[in-house]
Structure formats: structure tokens, C-alpha cells
Design a protein around this ligand. Structure first.
Ligand code: NAD
Ligand code: G6P
Ligand code: MN
Length: 444
């Protein structure tokens, strides 16, 4: 029997990550064969630059794969098996505002954490739901693999609004950190480890890490974390290599110190050391500026270069090795591999002493029919307390979006551990409303 080949639509075709993902997909044709790649975006011009370059690349390297790019939903989502969704509603211009507005009031500005993440969530919900609806209308059997941020809020929104949809939400931060921990233990790959993990997206902890033979790797990892945080494991991929990321990996040492029994996700630094983060921020130049000046320029420069030369030879495109988890996930569904992966899913008792309706990040077994949770048991009071506060923020944001409620959004920002008072929360909220007038539902 001829092997099945898959049709993939990349939503957010104009993303800086798109070329890296296309090259990655080509690298994995042996296990995840593709017959068609389609880009979809709502910003034709931005997408066209990436698409024309990828078209040349594909013609030169995989002419058998059909390629198209479009802003028309019917064309994009008809006859599709997988939608890989990485949109950024409002682009980097709005990320910059998310980061700079809170800083005006002495509160940290971050893409997915604190008021910036809440603002981004209020923009993303509608965008992701719209794409999910297109997918279900034109290809009802397709799966959406979503890594559009803020994944925690997007996941809660899809749980509330589209509970039966075939969407899996996933994040690459734990993957990167697991690579670093594998490196600390002298292993070649994180796939040689078996992990226990619980939390929310960008808000979690490893509580168990073993090698393939069941030997406990935590003592070795703890030694490294206590000394240098994740800085010891720096190695493998070309993402997260800029100075601000290296500082985040080093700061994990102080995050780890709060509970040396577990290994924390780097994003906890924003909740546990917000004063430090503010002191080390430049309100005039944030991560959004860094990304616009570097990644965005590099990717779009390389694309333009390919278009100008009419060839992708020596183009500087690189397969995004760190995104291999996306192929793993698609493969798990397509081939029923039953791979163990961290996903953002409704808790339903997997974390025993935590809200059953919370969207939690835990290990799952993934196969043809979706995922099965791996029970993580009861969690300690410290993590439980932090997670209860943060999950309430996320749930309130989604309620605010659904109901158009100013009150609930004010509560959400007030409840964020990054914000000192209801007064400051209101000042930030009122600024964010003005900045987001083209993107948020009207709040009453
Ligand atoms: P980007 O701005 O370069 O690309 C996003 C693209 O989405 C743009 O071309 C934009 O026009 C498009 N877009 C925006 N709204 C849309 C809509 N409603 N419909 C269709 N297209 C739309 O952004 P980027 O830095 O490449 O990041 C893309 C996304 O991937 C972001 O959400 C980012 O946070 C996320 N991301 C997530 C992870 C993870 O761990 N989950 C890792 C890396 C990036
Ligand atoms: C990690 C996170 C993503 C986030 C990205 C930000 O990979 O898991 O959710 O989008 O970092 O990276 P950037 O380079 O855009 O600041
Ligand atoms: Mn993430």
C-alpha cells in the first residue's frame, strides 16, 4: 500500500518561524511525508515575502510537494490534515506596547506574563478561534497544532468556547530546558529522559527526571541548577541565544532556590523576581525591539535575498531544529506513535489537588485519537498557591473577553503576581485599552 502523505497548512505564514519550520518538515519526510504545504495569513504582503522565498526553496529541494499561499480561508483550509498555527495578532508593534506600557508604571513588560501577556491574550483569542472555525468548516477531520501565544490563555479560551475541537496546545520552552538538562547529565538528547512535570503554560516545574533505565537524574541536575541555573546546559539550538535569554537561563538559579526539590520553568522568574526584572529592563528598548532588530530583519532579509537572486542556494535558511517537537506531535497523531509529550490540556484530576477545569501543562501520551493524560498526583502547597492565583488570572481574562467585561479584566490584572495594587492595575488597563482599540472587544 502506498504510504499516506499529509497536507499541512501553516497559519501565520508570514511568521519569522515559518521558513525554519518548512525546512524542518523537509528534513523529516521519511517519517512525516507531505504532499502539500499551504501558507495562510491575514497580512498578504508580509506573507508574500516569506512565501515567495519558500516557494523557490521548495522548487529547488522538494518539487514533488505542492505549494500555495493565500489569504483566502477556503483555499487555505480545504483538504488539510494538519494546521500548524503560529499567529501574532497585532504583530511586533503591539508586542512592543504590551512590554512598554506596564513598564511606565513600574510593572514588568513581557510577551506572555503579567499585563503584557494579558493584553496579548485579549488579542489572540479571536484570531485563533477564527482559524479553528475555518479549519472545522473546510476540513472537519483536521487537527490544529497551536503554539500561538499566550498559549495558556488561548488554551483556556478554546476549552471554554470550542471544547470539542481537535486542537492541541503546545510550548517549546520545556523542550529547550529538557535539552539543557540532558546536556548537564551527559546525554545526547532529552529523548533519553523520562520526566514528571506539572504546572500551567510558562508556569511549571519538573518533579521527576529519570534516564531510560529508571536512574534518578535529579541529583545531577540539582547540582548544576544550584550553581548556574540552566546556564550550564547551553548548547544545541539556534533559538534563545541572545543576551537577554542567557540572563534568563542564569537567573533560573534563584528561581530554583525557592524549591530545590523541583526544577522550575524559566518563566517563573517573572512572578518570583518581578522587581529584579523591572530593574533590569530598559523601558525604551525591550525584547520586542531586540526581535525586530534581529530575528525579523534576518529572516525577512534572507527571504528577500532569495527572491532577488531567484535561487535559495547558500541562502542561510536553517531548519529550526528546536521545533522538531512539532513534527513529533504531528507524527504522533498521524502514525499513532504514543509518544510522551508535554501538552496544555484540561486537568481533569491529573494534578489531584488542583482545579479540574484548569488548563494545565503535563505529560501526555499522544496517538491517533488525541492525548491521554499521565497522572502527576498531588502538588506541594507552594506551587499550588502560585498556580491557583495564576490560573484565576487566565480564567478571568477569558471571561472578560467573552463577556466584554472591564471589571473582570481589572480583576485579572490586579490578581497577577506581577502587579502591586488595584490602582496600578487600573492605570495599566486604561492605557492598554487605548493601545488595543483595534483588537480587543469593547469592554463595559
Ligand atoms: P510574527 O509576527 O513574525 O508572525 C505572526 C504572523 O501571524 C504574521 O505574519 C501575522 O500577519 C500573522 N497573523 C496575525 N494575526 C493573524 C490572523 N488573525 N490570521 C492569520 N494570520 C495572522 O510572529 P513570530 O514571532 O514569528 O511568532 C508567531 C507566534 O508563535 C507568536 O504567537 C509567538 O508567541 C508564537 N511562538 C510560540 C512558541 C511556543 O512555545 N508556544 C514558540 C515560539 C513562538
Ligand atoms: C519561548 C517560549 C515561547 C515564546 C518565545 C519568545 O520559546 O516558549 O512561547 O514565544 O520563547 O521568544 P522571543 O525570541 O520571541 O522573545
Ligand atoms: Mn511557550
Amino acid at each position: 500500500m502506498e504510504e499516506k502523505k499529509y497536507a499541512v497548512t501553516i497559519a501565520g505564514g508570514g511568521s519569522t518561524f515559518t521558513p525554519g519550520i518548512v525546512l524542518l518538515l523537509l528534513d523529516h519526510q521519511d517519517r512525516f511525508p507531505i504532499r502539500k504545504i499551504t501558507f495562510y495569513d491575514n497580512f498578504a504582503q508580509r506573507q508574500e515575502t516569506v512565501a515567495k522565498a519558500c516557494q523557490i526553496y521548495l522548487q529547488e529541494n522538494a518539487p514533488e510537494i505542492k505549494f500555495d499561499y493565500t489569504t483566502d480561508p477556503q483555499t487555505a483550509f480545504t483538504d488539510v490534515d494538519f494546521v500548524m498555527c503560529h499567529i501574532r495578532v497585532g504583530l511586533y508593534a503591539m508586542r512592543e506596547k504590551d512590554e512598554k506600557i506596564p513598564l511606565k508604571y513600574g510593572v514588568l513588560g513581557q510577551e506572555t506574563c503579567g499585563p503584557g501577556g494579558i493584553a496579548y491574550g485579549m488579542r489572540s483569542i479571536g484570531g485563533v478561534i477564527e482559524i479553528l472555525d475555518y479549519m472545522e468548516k473546510y476540513s472537519p477531520d483536521a487537527w490544529m497544532l497551536n503554539y500561538s501565544n499566550p498559549a495558556a490563555i488561548v488554551a483556556e479560551a478554546t476549552r471554554r468556547l470550542r471544547p470539542h475541537s481537535k486542537i492541541l496546545n503546545i510550548c517549546d520552552m520545556p523542550i529547550d530546558l529538557e535539552e539543557k538538562m540532558a546536556n548537564m547529565c551527559g546525554l545526547k538528547s532529552r529523548k533519553e529522559m523520562s520526566v514528571g512535570y506539572y504546572g500551567l503554560n510558562h508556569f511549571g516545574w519538573w518533579h521527576k527526571i529519570e534516564d531510560k533505565d529508571g536512574n534518578d537524574l535529579m541529583p545531577e541536575i540539582r547540582k548544576h541548577m544550584a550553581k548556574n541555573g540552566f546556564a550550564d546546559g547551553i548548547s544545541t539550538n539556534n533559538q534563545h541565544v541572545e543576551k537577554s535569554w542567557l540572563e534568563t537561563f542564569a537567573k533560573a538559579k534563584d528561581v530554583y532556590a525557592l524549591d530545590p526539590q523541583t526544577i522550575p520553568n524559566t518563566y517563573l522568574k517573572y512572578y518570583l523576581y518581578p522587581d529584579y526584572v523591572v530593574e533590569h529592563s530598559n523601558p525604551e528598548y525591550t525584547r520586542a525591539n531586540e526581535v525586530m532588530d534581529h530575528r525579523e530583519k534576518i529572516v525577512f532579509g534572507a527571504c528577500q535575498d532569495i527572491i532577488d537572486k531567484g535561487t535559495s542556494k547558500d541562502c542561510g535558511f536553517e531548519a529550526d531544529a528546536h521545533a522538531e517537537y512539532i513534527v513529533d506531535l504531528a507524527c504522533a497523531i498521524a502514525k499513532n506513535t504514543k509518544e510522551k509529550m508535554l501538552l496544555i490540556v484540561p486537568n481533569e484530576g491529573a494534578i489531584e489537588n488542583f482545579d479540574r477545569t484548569a488548563m494545565v501543562e503535563i505529560p501526555c501520551i499522544v496517538g491517533k485519537n488525541g492525548y491521554e493524560r499521565i497522572v502527576q498526583g498531588a502538588i506541594p502547597q507552594f506551587q499550588k498557591g502560585l498556580m491557583e492565583q495564576q490560573v484565576s488570572v487566565e480564567k478571568l481574562v477569558v471571561e472578560a473577553w467573552i463577556e466584554g467585561s472591564y471589571q473582570k479584566l481589572w480583576q485579572a490584572i490586579t490578581l497577577s503576581k506581577t502587579v502591586p495594587s488595584a490602582r496600578v492595575a487600573k492605570l495599566i488597563l486604561d492605557d492598554l485599552i487605548i493601545a488595543n482599540k483595534d483588537y480587543w472587544p469593547e469592554l463595559k
